[in-house]
Design a protein around this ligand. Structure first.
Ligand SMILES: [Zn+2]
Length: 213
């Protein structure tokens, strides 16, 4: 069962009120992907995670407060043409713009996550080449993350997410080597790690879920 809610949110740039829909409650069907992409029903609610302002060029997250940035950034060439990434679907464009804002504000974890959302939007449209470009952009952001700023709870998932992004971007040697150096105490994480190393060594860039382990 899913429950949607409508609320009014002020655009953090132009200040005008936007009516947005959020998924207030959802039951879960199945398991997350190995990069922690959520299962249904949240999975197909992804278009509700990011909103393009009805009145200006700004996009904003519907769940997290936006960082501070100057209004002129959303007029920059980089932002307007989605960093030159060609072939993005509409939803992918919104996530790339969100990622660029976070990157501009040096919030590299959120930037990486938003680029990964753009990759998921491409996956859903079978735009494999564009999905890989978005994954590589996510990796570039994750590389900049100051791990001392990441909570102990989030860090193992970030590391495992990076392994999956590397493998699904076809960077098999890097994925196997990065995964091989990780140390986990939780059994589930160790199982993901071992599965990823085996899939990377087999040159497999397919999407897997936790239930496939
Ligand atoms: Zn606006």
């Amino acid at each position: 069962m899913s429950k949607f809610a409508v609320k009014n949110v002020e655009c953090n740039i132009c200040g005008r009120s936007n009516e947005i829909t959020i998924l207030a409650m959802a039951t879960t069907n199945g398991t997350a992907d190995l990069d922690f992409r959520p299962p249904e029903v949240r999975r197909s609610a992804m278009p509700l995670w990011v909103h393009k302002c009805d009145y200006c060029r700004n996009v904003f997250s519907t769940s997290d407060p936006m960082p501070e940035y100057e209004e002129k950034y959303i007029d920059s060439k980089e932002y307007v043409n989605c960093a030159g990434i060609a072939g993005l679907p509409e939803l992918g464009k919104r996530f790339v713009k969100l990622a660029l804002i976070y990157q501009h504000c040096k919030d590299y974890k959120k930037a990486g996550d938003a680029f990964l959302c753009a990759a998921w939007a491409c996956d859903d449209e079978k735009l494999d080449v564009t999905a890989i470009i978005c994954r590589k952009r996510a990796l570039a952001c994750y590389n900049e993350v100051d791990v001392s700023q990441i909570s102990k709870r989030e860090l193992p998932e970030l590391k495992l997410r990076i392994v999956d992004v590397l493998r699904r971007a076809g960077m098999f040697e890097e994925a196997a080597s990065f995964a091989g150096h990780l140390k986990f105490r939780t059994e589930q994480y160790i199982r993901i790690q071992q599965f990823q190393i085996a899939r990377a060594k087999a040159g497999d860039k397919k999407c897997y879920r936790m239930e496939d382990l």
